[in-house]
Design a protein around this ligand. Structure first.
Ligand code: F6R
Length: 243
């Protein structure tokens, strides 16, 4: 695992966007796994800048979602499909048909999960998976105690994660769904390159445990230690509890 410490979130965004641009030069049709939440936004902004300046070509890139809320009405602005369309697909000028995601409103959620794992395989697998990290060490929505071999499946969000995400729902925890579909840790580990980005002091403890602690299901992001090509990009605040 490689750990890169950058001065701030913008620098982290530029560094990861540059890595994506390099990958696309090597493999123009790369499948990029994208996360939602606040952390990756500087990456998408920096990548949009590179596309506009002609330094990145995303015209053949494909996008895969990491997770999705279950039970939000179709078209809800905070469904992760809507967020990825708004923050990634539209600014980058990608065709929405180049975008894979699990169906959070499927009548048979279990079947939708299995279908998504199959779709990722059929698409040739994720080339670069961008990850954020929860304050409790989750990746995707694999909360503490998730199996390190887990596949895409339905999960219940912890109270802490619902509190953390209430800011996207008018600061009203009652509006935050209880369930999500998330790529499993085993699914995530199949991506060819994992890039975890963490910024801010509130991620420092989770980062330290993931990078320097034992590999344990109690800290799902510690599974990155098992991956042959994992990069952890942290700003100085998120790095502050590393030894
Ligand atoms: C979202 C996701 C989550 C977030 C994590 C951090 O797709 O997979 O694991 O990355 O909850 O969220 P932020 O970046 O908002 O702190």
């Amino acid at each position: 695992m490689e750990v890169v410490i950058v001065p701030d979130a913008q620098a982290g965004g530029r560094l990861v966007a540059d890595a994506i641009a390099r990958l696309l030069r090597r493999k123009p049709e790369a499948l990029l796994g994208v996360a939602t939440g606040s952390t990756p936004l500087p990456v998408y902004q920096a990548l949009t800048g590179l596309v506009r300046s002609g330094d990145a070509d995303v015209s053949r890139a494909r996008i895969a979602q990491l997770d999705e809320y279950v039970g939000l009405p179709a078209g809800h602005p905070e469904s992760y499909r809507a967020v990825v369309l708004r923050e990634v697909v539209e600014p980058l000028g990608l065709d929405p048909s180049a975008f894979l995601g699990p169906d959070g409103s499927a009548a048979d959620v279990q079947a939708a999960c299995e279908e998504y794992d199959r779709a990722l395989k059929d698409a040739g697998g994720v080339d670069l998976q961008l990850l954020g990290i929860g304050t409790d060490g989750h990746i995707g929505f694999n909360e503490p105690c998730s199996s390190l071999a887990s596949r895409t499946r339905i999960k219940t969000l912890t109270e802490q994660t619902r509190v953390d995400n209430a800011r996207f729902f008018d600061d009203d925890i009652a509006q935050v769904p209880h369930h999500v579909i998330t790529q499993g840790i085993g699914t995530i580990l199949e991506a060819r390159h994992l890039v975890l980005l963490a910024t801010g002091e509130n991620k420092a403890e989770a980062v330290a445990q993931s990078v320097e602690g034992p590999v344990a299901s109690l800290v799902p992001a510690s599974a990155l230690q098992l991956h042959p090509h994992a990069t952890v990009v942290v700003d100085e605040a998120a790095a502050s509890k590393l030894k």
